[in-house]
Design a protein around this ligand. Sequence first.
Ligand code: ATP
Ligand code: MG
Length: 422
Amino acid sequence: MLTQRPRGTADIYGSAIAAWRALEEVVHATFRAYHYEEIRTPVFEHTELFERGVGETTDIVEKEMYTFLDRGERSLTLRPEGTAGVVRAYVENKLYAAPGAAKLYYIGPMFRYEKPQKGRERQFHQFGCEVLGSDDPAVDAEVIALNVDVLNRFGLAGLTVELNSVGCPVCRPEHRARMVAVLKPAAHRLCPDCQRRLDRNPLRIFDCKRGCREVLAELHAPSILDALCPDCRQHLAAVEALLTALAVPYVRNPHLVRGLDYYTRTAWEVTAPELGTVGGGGRYNGLVAEVGGPDTPGIGFAVGMERALLLRELQHGPWPAEPRLDLFVAVADPSATAAAMQMLQAVRQAGFTADRDYQGRGLKAQLKQADRLGARLVAILGGDELARGAATVKDMASGEQRDVPMDGVVDLLRRLADGAQI
Ligand code: ATP
Ligand code: MG
């Protein structure tokens, strides 16, 4: 136990870090281009926020939340997704008072008690965004295009958007009634979860992973697209026209439902043939009011970062190794320690990467270590060098060696960076 991490968690280190960092940089750069602001909300919130904001009939709330009582007997939950916290922050900090729509993005760990498998963990990471304050279908199209763009910028190809409308409080009740009428007589063929969903949220049966979807197909369950009211129909048509104008590849999927209750109209998933769903989002015009704020339309998406990284590796192989070390300083004699540290300090402060041995190894072992670390140059400092006031500098690629004044190493590294030869 002591030396074993909890099931469904990961230690991210070593060569994986470069890929994570690269993804994070793409995320920040992309959202900057679309003029979004980053928001960082707590990792835990009052349990009630997720019950309300995610929805009591969702898998997340029904069986996936990490909920605990703190020492003050408050029920808190590790966030299973990012939207509820962002919406809570938007209301609590009255961000709606600012002019224009709020465009916010986040990045961070999420927690769900799931069965761990490839691309599915208990602590995983998402980045995502929320636009609050506009019902314009142009926003839907732009957010969907952004969802694809950020993944494309990370080098992911062959992505498709699956698009649907889940209707609104005007047209969904009738659709729901029609679904219940078709499914009630066959209720016994549904899994226990879906039998409950039949009463509480029948649309979600389309999201079942235990075979109920086949039952739906067999019974020719009605399509939400046939039930949409004129406003929802028009909204969907406008989104589709704009996606076409932006050359975003999409297909309609009338069975797509997002796992969350507060979605209205536009819902989508971004899928890759190698892996399935990488991320998805939807419009949620009812959510801000649901958590106690002014009636405000919203839309957003979330991308699973482990999945994006997995897909990147499937498409391009392992992430290339980190840039190598510019300089390794080998200390040939303890009397040179201070001079070595001064050189390291100067080189590092000039923006180069420099390292040394910390375990008192002999010169030969230090040179071996420098080689293993991929150092471009090694500066050897010992008694002789101190006396001469110059370090012995070795180019590890050519094996060439020469004396460089103690304070000339930074200059040499600058010239090498500009393409000069040693
Ligand atoms: P799924 O149907 O795969 O369970 P979901 O509908 O629960 O997905 P969302 O809540 O929409 O997923 O989360 C958006 C994205 O976050 C998913 O597309 C996926 O990439 C990622 N994600 C969700 N749950 C996990 C998890 N347990 N581990 C890793 N990534 C996850
Ligand atoms: Mg899930």
